[in-house]
Design a binder for this molecule. Structure first.
Ligand SMILES: CC(=O)N[C@H]1[C@@H](OP(=O)(O)OP(=O)(O)OC[C@H]2O[C@@H](n3ccc(=O)[nH]c3=O)[C@H](O)[C@@H]2O)O[C@H](CO)[C@@H](O)[C@@H]1O[C@H](C)C(=O)N[C@@H](C)C(=O)N[C@H](CCC(=O)O)C(=O)O
Ligand SMILES: Nc1ncnc2c1ncn2[C@@H]1O[C@H](COP(=O)(O)OP(=O)(O)OP(=O)(O)O)[C@@H](O)[C@H]1O
Ligand SMILES: N[C@H](CCC[C@H](N)C(=O)O)C(=O)O
Ligand SMILES: [Mg+2]
Length: 507
């Protein structure tokens, strides 16, 4: 596409060099530059992309987007685009390069500390049921309407993101759904994406390593809604907000009169309001009051928090034009979200669940939900990620201790940190007389939980959910909690069978 066309929507830009050149591709990574590309120099969290400009010019870049003016010795073959903010400029250019793909899709975005992936899967399921083809961009995987591939990020960078949205469109998806992380908002990865529905789930502690304070974390989330309310993308998006969450309620108030808002939750002021929640081991039901009607919602999911996720999915789909009745019919057999409250089996009476809870709130919810199933004991195995919010470690330990009978503290992804030091941070949050073991090796920790389990117990393995790896400072290993749990269950079943077949054990 011609450079001139790509930048035609950018205000606040100073250009030099020939703009009537074809741009073959866009990148913000010098390592990916080949001839004919536009390179965006971004001041990142650890490096400054401007330092790679000489390198990309020598590799044949045709245009440079930067927050500084051009050097005096700039070759005539290179165009220079001087902008105040490279991240938002490259997002706009990416939207233009891929011909505004979101404009051709009914698109829902989901933000909030917990529930994004679950809601994205639920909405994707509704959209697929209704429209046959729909796209999904999530922490777990990307489904472009034809193929599924593993995801690298919850919310990809703006260039990658528009490329994927273009694939949704080109594969004839009528719509799609994506997760919008706070990093994604802060780094303007979703700037210039036209949404029809913007969903807010909740805000609890996480990511303070990045946002520093909870207020700034919330401000990042809120800025996405206020940008959409300013309606620069040519759609009229609807905000879908959980107003049982205090910060969600404030956000909804701040948006009133600026954009349509659907409030959801259990409180009386909700537009999509749940009541009469009931739960069994094999699923839940609740009544939904919406648009003057009452519906019965049934789902194989468990946990009151999942009632919120179902409400968000129904309301989000409604904002994309799908009637609640149709969504509810689709959700009656919604698929298992990988690694979210996944029941991986039962041996000798102990049932094992794998869940992705990696925040204090999520861990509390996961443990409480399993407690409500009335196990003999709840044994929780979990760790905390290295190079991530350290302040959440003791809080996660406290939340798990309060809602479990026994804990096994282990490693999550230690990344560059010492696993024992992470566990020591967790131990600081435990109450006196807590029943716990520390076993840094996650495989051994899972085995120990199984070995200590008895008939009627529930073992919760939390924190890594769908992940298929474990990251250490100098290496990454294959590791899947579900596979490991399955092996441990089989081993335990054999041990129990052997014990029972031994005549000395019969009495
Ligand atoms: C802290 C953080 O979010 N970093 C992300 C960010 O990097 P950055 O912009 O800070 O980049 P940087 O490394 O400082 O480099 C600056 C610029 O120089 C460029 N560069 C760098 C090296 C080089 O040789 N040449 C070169 O051109 C880089 O491409 C970049 O454009 O932008 C990059 C491109 O989009 C991301 O890959 C990178 O994610 C890192 C790997 C990461 O771990 N991010 C996590 C924390 C994250 O984003 N998580 C959220 C979800 C959290 C949740 O689900 O709760 C997510 O959305 O996935
Ligand atoms: N609505 C909710 N409220 C609170 N906790 C939830 C909610 N939904 C899910 N959880 C808990 O949080 C965990 C993560 O859920 P999910 O993957 O859907 O969230 P996410 O927002 O996508 O997380 P991430 O930001 O890490 O990708 C679940 O495994 C569950 O324990
Ligand atoms: N998207 C989250 C996932 C955390 C998952 C947990 N297993 C960990 O590694 O801390 C993050 O990057 O903070
Ligand atoms: Mg997610």
């Amino acid at each position: 596409m011609l450079l001139r066309t790509l930048i035609s929507d950018l205000d606040k830009i100073t250009t030099s060099g020939n703009q009537d050149v074809e741009i073959s591709a866009l990148t913000a990574d010098s390592r990916a530059v080949t001839e004919g590309m536009l390179f965006a120099a971004i001041r990142g969290t650890s490096l400054d992309g401007h330092r790679f400009i000489d390198e990309v010019i020598s590799k044949g870049a045709t245009a440079i987007l930067a927050e500084i003016g051009p050097p005096t010795d700039l070759p005539d073959t290179v165009a220079w685009l001087h902008v105040p903010d490279s991240r938002s400029a490259i997002a706009k250019i990416a939207a233009a390069f891929y011909e505004e793909p979101a404009g051709n899709l009914k698109l829902a975005g989901v933000t909030g500390t917990n529930g994004k992936t679950t809601i994205a899967f639920l909405i994707h399921h509704i959209m697929q049921t209704e429209w046959h083809r729909a796209g999904l961009l999530s922490t777990v995987l990307v489904d472009d309407g034809e193929e599924r591939s593993p995801a690298k990020h919850t919310t990809p960078g703006s260039i990658e993101l528009h490329k994927i949205l273009a694939t949704f469109r080109d594969n004839a998806c009528r719509g799609g759904v994506m997760e919008v992380s706070s990093h994604g908002i802060d780094q303007k990865r979703v700037h210039s994406v036209a949404f029809d529905a913007a969903i807010f789930t909740n805000l609890t502690q996480d990511h303070l390593d990045y946002h520093v304070t909870i207020e700034r974390y919330m401000a990042a989330k809120a800025s996405w809604f206020h940008d959409l309310a300013a309606n620069k993308q040519g759609k009229k998006p609807t905000a879908v907000i959980n107003t049982d969450d205090a910060r969600g309620n404030d956000l909804a108030k701040s948006l009133d009169g600026k954009m349509p808002v659907i409030r959801y939750g259990f409180n009386v002021n909700c537009d999509f309001r749940a009541g009469n929640f009931q739960q069994k081991r094999d699923g839940m039901s609740f009544e939904l009051s919406a648009r003057g009607k009452t519906f019965l919602v049934r789902s194989p999911l468990i946990g009151r928090f999942n009632a919120y996720n179902l409400l968000a999915a129904i309301a989000g789909a409604a904002a994309c034009g799908i009637k609640p009745r149709q969504s509810i019919a689709a959700l009656a057999d919604s698929p298992q979200v990988p690694g979210r409250m996944q029941n991986v089996g039962n041996a000798g009476g102990a049932t094992v669940f794998v869940d992705y809870a990696h925040t204090p709130d999520a861990l509390e919810n996961a443990c409480r939900t399993l407690r409500e199933l009335d196990p003999r004991r709840l044994i929780t195995v979990f760790g905390c990620g290295g190079d991530r919010d350290k302040a959440k470690r003791p809080l996660m330990a406290a939340a798990a201790a309060q809602n479990s009978d026994a804990l096994i503290l282990t490693s999550d992804n230690p990344r560059s940190e010492d696993p024992n030091a992470i566990i020591a941070d967790m131990v600081k949050g435990l109450p006196p007389r807590c029943n716990y073991l520390t076993i840094p090796d996650r495989a051994e920790a899972i085995d120990a939980a199984m070995a200590n389990s008895r008939s009627g117990d529930i073992v919760l393995i939390a924190g890594k959910g769908h992940e298929t790896y474990q990251e250490f400072s100098d290496h990454t290993i294959d590791f899947d909690d579900r596979k490991k749990a399955d092996l441990a269950l089989r081993k335990r079943a054999l041990e129990i069978a052997e014990m029972r077949s031994n005549p000395e054990n019969r009495f």
